[in-house]
Design a protein around this ligand. Structure first.
Ligand code: NOJ
Length: 558
């Protein structure tokens, strides 16, 4: 009931989104690469049936035609579908099938750059006076040194080396914040901006429900292309040794994002979420408004520690305040999967601890204030795969080297294991990346049959969340626990109160809830936890890595 009310308005506040990396989700034609028909075949896993996971939206990482030098973030045509993934008819069918199950569809918009194969860039690079000559960020050399042109300023590519690439046909440099094959679009050129917004309108007309905006705070650069100031920091990466004040986060950026939002708002009920590129919490909060969320990666960068994560939550709550709505992320396609990270923090590598930490982390992700974004496979407790240096498929990783924070992104992109056996139900062919070694045990079918599995924990937890206005949209207050290993907070909506407590230690710890009468709504240690057990009075032992959700008497009777 409470949930329905939000569906018509700002549905994304109560929603849980699920990120699909299309290459790795499900392959329908045996070429070893996931595709749109494969996604359609597996939508029941996500929503629409009593045994579905129960998420509300899917975000598709890029599905556009692309040479694939950056996993599809090098887009050759923003308005099309890569034949690797299927056709536009498949896409329309996917939207229809998702909507039939009550799932919203979010596309990944890569507005900062295109592929160098994009028709716009092909034309732009040809000469200084073609109709698209100014659609990218071009500039004359700062001078010549030993017969070589000198880049216009000191800007660096996030993927290593200078951010400027020489184009002999124009006798000029072009800017690339990422790979040289990913030239940055010039948003200050009105025709280029209009063309991008027209493309956005095109997708809205096809029925998409919103967008994730890739590195959105980098869209505008300093018009004078001033060099970034030097940052005195001990870091092996030159990129970290600059203050990035001129190549992103420009003062006129909020006006541009408002313009983008105005286009999105032409279609009611659509949302957007911007990926904050190398920014801090205050920027994330400042760029957040009613319809537009922002991913900040503070939580994702914290170790498995109640104190460290607690501090990060305090910082983000302070930065966002009660009125701005955060997005909550623990894993994505750029970073080591959180189960693997947290296991390393705990100094463990056994399956049992992996499952326990996966269940506890799920409670954190799904009960903090904000819209959670799950990354495919995390509902199985999927770990990173090991990929030898020589076998790495991800070109930016090869270019940027070992000190790159997204080093070896192949590790978190392994194919989704649907069932035991060769190909893991992902493909009849040879998977484009290795399957996770434990896929015979850790897969959707096996976990569905095991009441204690991580997947069933996610399913039950999502159901508890759906039944609770406090967890979905309530206020947030951190609670003191008297233990450095137990993180606890209260979510409240009207008379409904929920207390969440997570024991980060491997050993038991005591928990004393606030005064009142509480019952256990959910515990990671009661796998079939349908029963609502009384909690108090007084304190109770939380087992190692146990997380609980307690409900007050008023909400238990709902
Ligand atoms: C952020 C994306 O998440 C990442 O995968 C990509 O490489 C860069 N943006 C460049 O598009």
């Amino acid at each position: 009931m409470a949930r329905q009310a939000t569906v018509d308005g700002e549905w994304w506040r109560a929603a849980v989104a699920y990120q699909i990396y299309p290459r790795s989700f499900a392959d329908s034609n045996g070429d070893g690469v996931g595709d749109l028909p494969g996604i359609i075949d597996h939508l029941d896993h996500l929503a629409g049936r009593p045994d579905s996971l129960g998420v509300d939206a899917i975000w598709l990482s890029p599905i556009y035609p692309s040479p694939g030098l950056d996993g599809g973030y090098d887009v050759a045509d923003h308005a099309g579908v890569d034949p690797l993934f299927g056709t536009m008819a498949d896409f329309d069918r996917l939207v229809g099938e998702a909507h039939r199950r009550g799932l919203k569809v979010l596309l990944d918009l890569v507005l900062n750059h295109t592929s160098d194969r994009h028709a716009w860039f092909q034309e732009s690079r040809r000469s200084r006076d073609n109709p698209r000559a100014d659609w990218y960020v071009w500039h004359d050399p700062a001078g010549w040194s030993r017969r070589r042109p000198v880049p216009p300023n000191n800007w660096l590519s996030f993927f290593g080396g200078s951010a400027w690439e020489w184009e002999p046909a124009r006798g000029q440099f072009y800017l690339h914040t990422f790979l040289p094959q990913q030239p940055d679009v010039n948003w200050r050129e009105p025709a280029a901006a209009e063309a991008q917004l027209a493309m956005v309108r095109g997708w809205l007309a096809r029925g998409v429900d919103g967008f994730r905006l890739d590195v959105f705070n980098a869209l505008l650069k300093d018009p004078e292309l001033r060099s970034n100031p030097r940052r005195w920091q001990l870091s092996r990466r030159p990129w970290d040794r600059q203050w990035h004040v001129y190549d992103k986060d420009r003062p006129d950026f909020p006006a541009l994002i408002a313009r983008f939002r105005a286009v999105v708002d032409e279609a009611p009920g659509r949302m957007s979420v911007g990926e904050l590129f190398a920014g801090d919490l205050s920027q994330a909060a400042a760029y957040t408004n009613g319809h537009h969320l922002v991913f900040d990666f503070g939580l994702l960068e914290r170790p498995w520690s109640a104190e460290a994560i607690g501090r990060e939550i305090d910082r983000r709550e302070a930065a966002f305040g009660p009125d701005r709505w955060p997005a909550v992320v623990l894993s994505n396609h750029d970073r080591s999967r959180h189960v693997s990270r947290f296991l390393r923090d705990l100094g463990r590598d056994d399956e049992a601890t992996a499952d326990r930490v996966a269940r506890a982390a799920a409670v954190l992700l799904l009960t903090l204030r904000g819209t959670p974004f799950l990354y495919y496979g995390e509902e199985l407790g999927l770990p990173d795969i090991r990929v030898a240096r020589v076998a790495i498929m991800d070109p930016p990783a090869r270019r940027a080297g070992f000190f790159f924070p997204w080093w070896n992104r192949d590790q978190c992109r392994s194919p989704m294991p649907w069932a035991a056996g060769p190909g893991a139900g992902f493909t009849n062919g040879r998977p484009w990346l290795p399957l996770s070694p434990d896929h015979d045990r850790r897969n959707v079918a096996s976990e569905a049959a095991d009441p204690g599995s991580v997947q069933n924990a996610y399913r039950r937890l999502l159901a508890v969340r759906r039944g609770s206005a406090a967890l979905e949209r309530g206020s947030f207050t951190r609670l003191a626990t008297g233990s450095r290993d137990v993180l606890a907070y209260e979510r409240r909506s009207g008379a409904e109160r929920a207390v969440v407590a997570i024991n980060f230690a491997l050993e038991p710890r005591d928990l004393t809830p606030p005064a009142g009468s509480w019952s256990v709504r959910y515990s990671t240690n009661e796998p079939d936890g349908a029963a609502v057990a009384p909690f108090g009075p007084g304190s109770r032992r939380l087992a190692g890595l146990e997380a609980v959700i307690l409900a007050n008497a008023e909400s238990a009777s709902r």
